[in-house]
Design a protein around this ligand. Structure first.
Ligand code: ADP
Ligand code: ZN
Ligand code: ZN
Length: 733
């Protein structure tokens, strides 16, 4: 009888064998229910054979094979196997962390069948209506109607993002005879190419280069300065592939608060089904989108990192926008890099992959340098009047600073106010101040569960740990010496907001950080407020640095950036450079020339010197040289073994033991193991953490060693209360 090899969601890296009487090769990739201990589990059939290493009398018989859902396609199964091998993670758990939640547990049932996509289109009567016909007090009504006027149609996915009452509003429009409902089918794909601008010479070059090689695996690094119109390159390449009935997968960083790119794509391709897979979806929405990608109905799949596991019937192109963004790396469970997997999938499907960025990761830039990736560059801004902002450093060792703000910054803000232009004060630290200090005995408020300082949130009168979320009221006096004179030190967004309010009492100030926008709705309202010009000064964290276009923003002031310069994290500088280029890119997007002022104690630092010239290439060269001489990626390959336990000594002792078994491995010769050390944040949520770094000059060597080592570690006797994991190509050490 045939034996099926099944991936199950259990933490053991192997497949489980079952007898299956009526199985055929067409069942590979299908769901099957199987007995496991005294439970029934759903798993995926990964392969079929006529034998098993398990003695036949011990083999159990599989239950029902689900033949209603199309099987997972072979390339996706290959991708799962690759992930399991490369990230040294149990195959069943790879499969289960990559599939939509509704498919994980019990497989598919017919009542979860996605409904066909419903779309509302304007009738002739509707087209005669203008926005002023709609009462201005109904904001979401106007918003929906203006979308309809612009595109002629609106899909359920879009209107749901606008307001919870959208469905009701649409019914009202329907009752008025302005719109009608219809079901979309893929054949109707039409492009709104009329709205496409004429590409600049650089864009045209990039587009034609990419289109010349669409039928083969080609990794492109699209390096374009902010505002150079990388999106337009994506759009025009996508248009050509959609016309060939191919599917496009676009990965974006975890900024699901911004539907901006989604809107752009929907506008350009109104007749194409676009599914958006981000963490804001509920399970059934995610499943629907996933199935539409799977069966080829969706032309465009837009999503955050998990979307890299979306099956596609006819893949044509993969795009990774802001490829340097750290959110493409999953930080727990299966610690995969969606960017790296994008390149793997493109090779597998024999299609191009575009990695786009204004500040590419040094890994990708290096790949382009050694011609593994093809480099395309956009050096000029797409809108001809738009020039790059002028960047200046303000030396805070010689310039007076009041409440965190230097004189030149206060002057510049004042001028902006007079000229009725918007300004952004960027400080990447939320809360009021990062430290609460007793002047008499130098006591500092720290978290009981983490090796971190508690952040003062004055407005809420609380101390909060930004690592574990613990909070407590601010105490009236020092708990150590009783002195009531305890002071917040340093600046966060709240404190800068208050300081600005005192300096500019007439200005309209808006703070944007994770505390001020807990909900998606709050975020949208805030964006509207900014766009309608109802804000003079924005105070914000990195949330505001990414991808937003604020046409009236002319001045960006950067506070407190220095802390990343001498960090223990070897990627901190790269991250800072990228972030500052991004935030500088917010200034002067359209017709206003922008200015960026950076407060620093180290104006001569190479990072600031190259930043002022906005010379990414020069900066990357310096960094790559440093990485090479210090032996860091991309010149070596890293993996880190982390352990956590209630006692640091236990975690360290475990790592020492793993190091000992490593040196007896015959694969050890080309690998270097460092001493186990406490992690940078040693204590987190009540557990002590330690780590052991492994490095090799060849990826293959490292992989061979890790495969052997992992098995030996797994065979060690289990320890109570100790957990460990391996992180391949770690972002943080
Ligand atoms: P990037 O993502 O590279 O920072 P964007 O794609 O946001 O840049 O483009 C910046 C601005 O330039 C956008 O407002 C976009 O609509 C506009 N734009 C892009 N390409 C062109 C073009 N060829 N002609 C006119 N405007 C363009
Ligand atoms: Zn004290
Ligand atoms: Zn904590």
């Amino acid at each position: 009888m045939a034996v099926i090899h099944v991936a199950l969601d259990v933490p053991v890296d192997r497949l489980f064998d079952y007898l299956a009487p009526d199985v055929s090769p067409a069942d590979i990739g299908r769901y099957v229910r199987v007995p496991f201990g005294n439970r029934k589990l759903a798993g995926i059939i990964l392969s079929i054979s006529d034998s098993s290493l398990v003695p036949s009398e011990k083999l159990k018989t599989a239950g029902l094979i689900d033949r209603e859902i199309p099987p997972l396609p072979p390339p996706l199964l290959e991708l799962f196997k690759f992930c399991s091998r490369y990230y040294h993670y149990p195959i069943g758990q790879v499969v289960m962390s990559a599939l939509p939640a509704l498919l994980r547990k019990s497989g598919y049932t017919p009542d979860r069948l996605p409904r066909p996509i419903q779309e509302w289109t304007l009738t002739d009567a509707g087209r005669a209506i203008t926005l002023p016909d709609i009462p201005s007090r109904s904001k979401s009504k106007r918003q929906i109607f203006s979308l309809l006027l612009e595109n002629g149609t609106i899909t359920a996915e879009t209107y749901k993002t606008i307001s919870p009452h959208s469905r009701k509003l649409l019914r009202e429009f329907k009752d008025q005879g302005w719109i009608e409902q219809r079901t979309v089918s893929l054949k109707e794909s039409s492009f709104n190419t009329a709205s496409a601008p004429v590409p600049t010479a650089e864009q045209a070059h990039a587009i034609s280069e990419i289109l010349d090689r669409t039928g083969t695996f080609t990794p492109w690094l699209l390096h374009g300065i902010t505002g150079s119109g990388k999106t337009e390159v994506y759009l025009q390449v996508a248009a050509s592939l959609l016309a060939q009935q191919k599917q496009i997968l676009i990965l974006i960083p975890e900024i699901n608060l911004t539907p901006q790119l989604e809107t752009t794509f929907r506008k350009r391709f109104p007749g194409t089904i676009l599914v958006s897979l981000h963490s804001g979806l509920n399970n059934s929405e995610r499943l629907q989108g996933w199935l539409q990608a799977h069966n080829g109905k969706a032309g465009i799949i837009l999503g955050t990192r998990l979307a890299i596991f979306t099956p596609m019937l006819k893949p044509g192109l993969i795009i990774v926008d802001e490829e340097q963004d750290h959110s493409f790396k999953q930080q727990d469970g299966l610690r995969y890099s969606a960017r790296d997997l994008a390149v793997y999938r493109a090779r597998q499907a024999n299609i191009p992959v575009i990695l786009g960025s204004a500040t590419p990761s040094l890994e990708s830039y290096h790949q382009a340098g050694i011609s593994r990736y093809r480099l395309l560059q956009l050096h000029t801004r797409a809108i001809s009047q738009a020039v790059l902002p002028a960047i200046h450093c303000i030396d805070t060792r010689t310039t007076p600073v009041h409440e965190g703000l230097s004189d030149p910054i206060l002057d510049a803000l004042n001028r902006s106010l007079e000229q009725k232009q918007q300004s952004l004060v960027f400080i990447n630290r939320r809360g009021y101040s990062p430290v609460l200090l007793c002047k008499s005995c130098r006591w500092i408020a720290t978290c009981k569960r983490c090796s971190s300082r508690l952040v003062v949130h004055l407005r809420e009168r609380q101390l909060r740990c930004h690592y574990c979320g613990d909070q407590q009221p601010i105490m009236p006096a020092c708990p150590q010496c009783g002195d009531p004179d305890i002071l917040p030190c340093g600046h966060g967004t709240q404190r800068i907001e208050s300081a600005l309010a005192r300096q500019f009492p007439k200005a309209r100030i808006l703070r944007v950080d994770r505390d001020s926008i807990r909900h998606k709705a709050a975020w949208q309202t805030m964006l509207d407020t900014i766009h309608q010009g109802k804000v003079d000064i924005l105070v914000g964290t990195q949330l505001l640095a990414k991808g937003h276009d604020f046409p009236n923003l002319a001045l960006v002031c950067v506070l407190n950036a220095d802390s990343s310069l001498y960090s223990t994290d070897f990627r901190a500088e790269e991250h800072l450079f990228s972030q500052l280029i991004q935030v500088a890119g917010r200034a002067g997007r359209a017709h206003i020339p922008g200015t960026v002022l950076i407060q620093t104690e180290f104006p001569q630092h190479p990072l600031y010197q190259t930043l002022i010239r906005q010379d990414y290439a020069a900066y990357a060269q310096i960094q790559l040289k440093e990485r090479q001489s210090a032996g860091f990626p991309p010149f070596v390959y890293l993996a880190v073994l982390r352990a956590e336990a209630p006692l640091l000594a236990d975690a360290l002792e475990f790592l020492h033991q793993t190091a000992k078994i490593a040196t007896t491995s015959k694969e050890y010769t080309h690998t270097q193991l460092f001493d186990p050390v406490p992690a940078h944040m040693t204590r987190l949520k009540g557990l002590e953490r330690a780590q052991l770094l492994v490095q090799a000059s060849s990826r293959t060597r490292l992989q061979i060693f890790l495969g052997d080592w992992c098995q030996r570690i797994a065979a060690l006797p289990p320890r109570k209360k100790l957990r460990w994991h391996l992180d391949i190509d770690p972002l943080m050490l």
